[in-house]
Design a protein around this ligand. Sequence first.
Ligand code: SAH
Length: 228
Amino acid sequence: MKRLDRRALLGIGMTSQRRRDRLVERLRAAGIRDPRVLEVMRVMPRHLFVDEALADRAYEDCALPIGYGQTISQPYIVARMTELVLGDPAQPEPKKVLEIGTGSGYQAAVLAMLVEAVYTVERLEALYQRARERFAALRLRNVYLRHGDGAEGWPEHAPYDAILITAATERPPPALVEQLAAGGRMVLPLGAPGAGQRLTVLSKRPDGTLEATEHEPVVFVPFVPGRD
Ligand code: SAH
């Protein structure tokens, strides 16, 4: 029997929705509140963002390897960062968002369902290529990818209403602070190498200075300068 038929027979496709529903219940129990975020987590097929060998584990709430020493973030973290990017539901939503660290493309795909345009930059060509294929397969037409060093951002489309960095850094790269709109926010794991990282929101005041709000401790792969 062909592999695909066997998967269909086992009902793997059909059970994904049940597994995602259960994942959403876990996210809610873990404190994710924003209904916009929970709804997207309920429909986004995370199993398409990992290797087939790991697809069975795609709806566990954990990070998984995606090759090249990198990981797809834990669903809770993706949901939490998305909540922080969207901000207060009473305020206007960000329209243009820049992500640094495309990785599998899952976080960018989640965001693409919630904002007008997502720009995402990945330093590793192999991951960039794979993410590109996934966005095409999912027909996500409002995600724009670039293979490059995220420390430089993507100046051509600046300013961004929100920027998220999905790799740990001690301080935000100056080019990214510059490309953030006044009133916008940057969401990132902030921390020195070896010390703990904390999910942090940096809000840009009208005068250009940043105000930091710290959230929960997190563990991200390091931000690496340059591209490969
Ligand atoms: N957001 C991803 C998870 C990213 S893991 C997802 O949803 O799957 C962190 C990613 O950041 C890795 O792919 C790594 O290669 C990338 N990265 C690290 N430093 C970078 C830099 N300077 N510029 C662009 N990408 C970078």
